[in-house]
Design a protein around this ligand. Structure first.
Ligand code: SME
Length: 154
């Protein structure tokens, strides 16, 4: 299967597991599991904005740092810019936070709700240049699905 076919195949599964469930942590946990299993990424997970900082949420993969400030690392940069950041080579990204020395490339997609970032989806690969505009397009769709299932008032 191509990368696009893989994403197309998991989107109905994601819709199904989050439908009727409004708890964001439960939904993040299942989405991380589905993505991680399908693509065999190195690290797949979420950080949530809590009291002005990113705090580690549900993830699959090795132990990760628990808090990231706005503007710091790839995650904090995606939060600050309110846009997806694709890093082909983490060694070339100034300020990259290395939770694992195995990670070589990374994508971070912000979760936007009413114009505000409520968290980020972060995925790491052990291969250089693992992520491109195809990943960006589908992961943004997945994040939108997640945000629309979140019925908290903000
Ligand atoms: N590399 C990230 C930190 C989080 S871990 O990759 C799980 C960053 O630079 O923000």
């Amino acid at each position: 299967m191509t990368k696009s076919e893989k994403y197309v195949s998991i989107i109905p599964q994601i819709r199904s597991v989050i439908s009727g469930e409004t708890d964001m942590i439960a939904n993040m946990a299942n989405v991380a599991a589905i993505l991680h299993e399908e693509f065999d990424f190195w690290w797949t997970g979420f950080y949530r904005v809590e009291q002005g900082t990113l705090v580690l949420g549900p993830f699959q993969g090795p132990v990760a740092c628990t808090r990231i400030a706005k503007g710091r690392g790839v995650c904090g940069t995606a939060w600050q810019r309110q846009e997806t950041v694709v890093v082909e080579d983490v060694e070339q990204f100034k300020g990259h936070i290395a939770c694992s020395s195995e990670s070589r490339s990374e994508i971070v997609v912000p979760m936007l709700k009413s114009g505000e970032v409520i968290g980020v989806l972060d995925i790491d690969s052990r291969e250089l240049s693992c992520f491109d505009s195809t990943d960006q397009c589908y992961l943004q769709q997945i994040v939108e699905l997640l945000c629309s299932a979140d019925l908290r008032k903000k």
